[in-house]
Design a protein around this ligand. Sequence first.
Ligand code: DGY
Length: 322
Amino acid sequence: MSKNRNVLVTNRLPAAVEARLDAEFSPKRGANGGSMTREEILEGAKETPCLLISPAVRFDREMIFALPASVKAVATVSVGFDHIDLEAARERGLIVTNTPDVLTDSTADIALVLMLSAARRTGEAERQVRAGKWGGYTPASSIMGIEVSGKKLGIYGMGRIGQALATRARALNMEIHYAGRRRLPPEQEQGAIYHPDLSGFLGEIDFLSLHCPSTAETYHWLDAAKIAQMKPSAIVINTARGAVLDDAALIAALKEGRLYAAGLDVFENEPNINPGYLELENVVLLPHIGSATTETRNAVCFKALDNLAAVFAGQEPPDRIA
Ligand code: DGY
């Protein structure tokens, strides 16, 4: 295979992916092998046609138009593309690809983990054991959670990941409710109850799991007004993107008992999360690990490489979004 396939690799990648990169492409990596800064990317991209990027660096309009003329395509190792200004990319004539489908199951798993963890207070429980504060079994445990089975799960954004979470939740005998832009056909709905009216939806459910994309329309979608329509016993889960909820409103509600708990894997301004979360016991915090299994991260990165291979072959990349 011809190796004149120069790719700037802006992040460290799993070992199997690095091996395929070395075998099939001519990768250029950051000096320390870690994540490259904006400035390092712009410098490293000189005379390079393709970039392999991640959500760690924002490809906003300024960045896109600052890219050297040599850059023809950018492949992100993520299904989410809120870090890329697609409109600017189209104007600049830049090909952009993402990685749909391959992380559906692992992300739905993490949403389920967060639901169970937040409801059963496993974070607090583990902290108690590690701190040597567990006094032994007692029927009136200091860590009493709430039951998940039989409860109503509300999914906002019933796409691939939302539907995969619904499949898992059905095994827990949960009743599935959903809201979003459109009602699904019956074969995808699988008995889930669609709510065209948001206040009816928010007032009925025991768990709210967010699965909408992060766009200008969904910015701080879950805000103080919507939280006020939810039950005080409800639990909020976010594995989508941090910007779809208003941190200040969620923190205030968790602090004041206007929500029971939350489970979050994504945050606005990652990794600099709102410090208010760190003071709360009733929130489970994960460091954006929705797709972090070896199998899934390999599949995600291989998909991005397939897209770049198509670009080098002069073909339409399968997952082109701009
Ligand atoms: C994705 O692929 O969008 C994951 O959230 C990782 O960013």
